[in-house]
Write a protein that binds this ligand. Structure first.
Ligand SMILES: *[C@@H]1O[C@H](CO)[C@@H](O)[C@H](O)[C@H]1NC(C)=O
Ligand SMILES: *[C@@H]1O[C@H](CO)[C@@H](O)[C@H](O)[C@H]1NC(C)=O
Ligand SMILES: *[C@@H]1O[C@H](CO)[C@@H](O)[C@H](O)[C@H]1NC(C)=O
Ligand SMILES: *[C@@H]1O[C@H](CO)[C@@H](O)[C@H](O)[C@H]1NC(C)=O
Ligand SMILES: *[C@@H]1O[C@H](CO)[C@@H](O)[C@H](O)[C@H]1NC(C)=O
Ligand SMILES: *[C@@H]1O[C@H](CO)[C@@H](O)[C@H](O)[C@H]1NC(C)=O
Length: 668
């Protein structure tokens, strides 16, 4: 039914009908013949006014997104190349909907209500390369089992989020010889049949993310010689036993229920570069083709208990191109050194969040190119690096382990190390000259020539001897959460010209005897949650930009120090200190008037004897502290009294001296 109506419109396009009606009114017969057609077409699509102005026209591209349109404006410019009708109310996609233009290169119809496409609509669109039909109701159309006809020139087709289930894509793909990029993401497809892509043999990239694929028939992708990218993530695939797509470069199987991945045993050369198997249920390391050029392998969030490869022992695969290997969030208990034998290009190794208790690299030839090793959140008790191993290692992440003792020179052996994350362990720090007072198993941080970032927070570090970081150019040092930390007054010497960030949070420090003013590069310092009663000394040479003093025992702030900081200070945290209002007036005035930002100003209060509650420092005024009215009154009374006494004394004297005069004169 719908078809025939549309076909009529096709033979006599509506615009022509209108023109004809205007010009040929004299020809009654023609008019009578055409009038019902006109009405039927108008009624068929019940279109609201179709004016271009609301759309944006940029040269040959017309953008009409989000305008509640049911079809394209009638007066589209001749030769329009791009038409964006996304987020409108198109229901029937017909020639009329597109105002009878066929010269499009790019049609964007996503987020409409399309549930009907006129068959053959795209046949004559020989320039149409990109067609976006995502977020419509094409499942309704597919139910009618009609084919949309040839997609003559379309190279990129987006059919995502259309409620399509198994077999439905056939009605769109049957004749799409030029198709390269196809998205079927977010549909309800459960099976990829052998012939699913037989009408689209030019495909290079297929997206099937977020479907419910349980089954892929043998050979479903075999005819696609150019296929290089396949996204099967977020489906329900449980195993792949004969992976044989030699030309594929990118395969994403993340978020399935994969228990097994095995490639066909052959000597064929595979082009696979990236394989994502994260978030599956793999018990064994995947069996990869022997001849591969894999660079990126992600097996994180699986159930690997060992790095043994599944199945019968056979010739091992070589991973000579592998650069990134992520095995984090598994249940690995150990990784034998020999596992790395064939990984001569590895740069990133992530084995964090496993159960590894011991990790060692002793063979010089191993992991020569590795830059990052992430071993965080394991149960490491032992860590060994041999001489001349890991010469490229820049970042070593060891936080959240049980490390209590290490070879004291372990980090000096890593010539490229820049970044050491050791927080949440139980390490102690050796003095730089290795004396007998050092705790056994302590580790040295002196003379590590490239180390910039060192996090030693939460280690129960008890003492920080003098010169521990000499010849180590740290820019960041975190010693937070080591309560009771006893810092030698020269513990930070050597860091004068490098250290920028210093964190000493939650260390129960009551007075800081380390001189921070000599750290000329220091910009950010966190001293929050300690028991400081006085500010560290700083002079005008300091370059502190942010200072955190929250939650200490500060009553009076040395104004000269604050004044010295003022020229560089940008951010100051001060909350939760028992400040005195009237002995810090200059400081309060500074905060109120300078450009220093106090982000926690709501919680910065001070104590004033006349107020029962602490006063927010923004409310403190000079007047509140003017040695109060009562005192002034007392002084005034005293002064007046004194004056009165003096005056009366003088008066008495005067009278006395006059009397004798008077007497004298009287006498005289
Ligand atoms: C869309 O087309 C169908 C079938 O041709 C027809 O029944 C329906 O009324 C049309 N809807 C609109 C809004 O034009
Ligand atoms: C296909 O997808 C790739 C990668 O997203 C893109 O670079 C390419 O331009 C797309 N090709 C077409 C014809 O849209
Ligand atoms: C694989 O797909 C998941 C889910 O869509 C995505 O988060 C991940 O980035 C993809 N992996 C790669 C290597 O692109
Ligand atoms: C594993 O560690 C690497 C480098 O440290 C990081 O880039 C990656 O995101 C981590 N993987 C996960 C799953 O967090
Ligand atoms: C280490 O890997 C974990 C995931 O296992 C990740 O969350 C973390 O960001 C990584 N650390 C670094 C410094 O890359
Ligand atoms: C913090 O220091 C005080 C004395 O200044 C001491 O009594 C207390 O035990 C210390 N707390 C910790 C956790 O070291």
């Amino acid at each position: 039914m719908g078809n025939t109506q549309d076909d009529e419109c096709e033979t006599k396009p509506a615009t022509n009908v209108r023109d004809a009606a205007e010009e040929d009114t004299s020809t009654m017969a023609a008019f009578q013949l055409l009038f019902p057609l006109l009405v039927s077409c108008v009624a068929a699509s019940a279109h609201p006014p179709r004016h271009l102005p609301a759309c944006q026209v940029v040269q040959m591209d017309v953008f009409c997104s989000d305008l509640s349109l049911r079809s394209a404006p009638v007066d589209l410019p001749r030769g329009v190349q791009t038409l964006d009708l996304s987020r409108n109310q198109v229901q029937n996609l017909t020639r009329e909907t597109l105002a009878y233009h066929t010269g499009f290169r790019h049609l964007n119809l996503h987020s409409n209500n399309i549930h009907f496409i006129q068959p053959g609509l795209f046949k004559d669109m020989t320039d149409l390369k990109v067609l976006d039909l995502s977020r419509n109701h094409l499942n309704v159309f597919a139910l009618s089992k009609i084919n949309i006809g040839p997609l003559t020139a379309v190279e990129s087709l987006d059919l995502s989020s259309n409620g399509l289930y198994t077999g439905m894509s056939d009605y769109f793909l049957a004749d799409s010889p030029s198709l390269e990029n196809l998205s079927l993401n977010g549909n309800s497809i459960t099976k990829i049949a052998q012939n699913t892509f037989s009408g689209s043999s030019s495909l290079r990239k297929i997206g099937l993310h977020n479907n419910v694929i349980l089954e892929i028939e043998d050979g479903a992708f075999d005819s696609l010689n150019r296929l290089t990218e396949l996204d099967l993530s977020k489906n329900s695939i449980t195993c792949i036993t004969d992976f044989n797509l030699c030309n594929l470069k990118v395969l994403n199987l993340s978020k399935n229920s994969m228990e097994l991945f095995q490639s066909a045993t052959s000597a064929d050369y595979y082009n696979l570069l990236s394989l994502d198997l994260s978030e599956n249920k793999m018990l064994y390391f995947p069996r990869l083709p022997r001849n591969n050029r894999l660079e990126h392998l992600d097996v994180s969030r699986n159930q690997l208990q060992s790095v043994n490869v599944t199945g019968t022992p056979e010739k091992k695969a070589f991973f000579s191109h592998l650069r990134y290997l992520d095995m984090s969030y598994n249940q690995l208990k150990s990784i034998p050194e020999c596992f790395f034998y064939c990984m001569a290009s590895l740069e990133v190794l992530n084995v964090s969040n496993n159960c590894i208790s011991s990790f060692s690299v002793t063979n010089e030839g191993l992991l020569r190119t590795v830059k990052i090793i992430n071993l965080s959140h394991n149960s490491l008790q032992s860590l060994t690096f041999g001489e001349n191993t890991l010469q490229s290692l820049e970042e070593l992440v060891l936080h959240g382990n049980d490390l209590a003792t290490l070879d004291h020179g372990i980090f000096q052996r890593l010539p490229s190390i820049k970044h050491l994350q050791l927080q949440q362990n139980n390490l102690q720090i050796c003095s730089s000259d290795q004396n007998h007072q050092d705790p056994p198993g302590c580790v040295s941080f002196a003379s590590i020539p490239n180390l910039q970032y060192l996090d030693l927070s939460e280690n129960n570090v008890r003492t920080l001897p003098a010169n521990v970081f000499s010849n180590t150019p740290l820019t960041l040092l975190d010693l937070s959460l080591n309560p009771g930390l006893d810092m030698d007054k020269d513990s930070l010497s050597g860091l004068e010209h490098s250290l920028v960030h210093l964190l000493l949070r939650e260390n129960n420090i009551s007075s800081l005897n380390t001189d921070l003013s000599s750290l000329r590069s220091l910009k950010h310092i966190d001293l929050s949650t300690n028991q400081l009663t006085a500010l560290p000394m700083w002079n005008k040479d300091s370059s502190i930009e942010s200072l955190n003093l929250q939650n200490n025992h500060l009553v009076t702030l040395e104004y000269s120090t604050m004044l010295a900081l003022e020229h560089s200070l940008k951010t100051l945290y001060m909350g939760s200190n028992p400040l005195s209002c009237c002995s810090n007036l200059d400081f309060l005035h500074m905060v109120q008037n300078s450009a220093v930002v106090v982000p926690d100003i709501e919680t910065v209060t001070c104590v004033h004897e006349e107020y029962s509650e602490p006063v927010n420092i923004e409310k403190v005024t000079q007047e509140m502290c003017h040695t109060s009215g009562v005192q002034n009154y007392v002084i005034a009374v005293l002064v007046i009294g004194l004056v009165a006494v003096i005056v009366s004394v003088l008066l008495v004297k005067c009278c006395r001296s006059r009397k004798p005069k008077h007497n004298r004169s009287f006498n005289a």
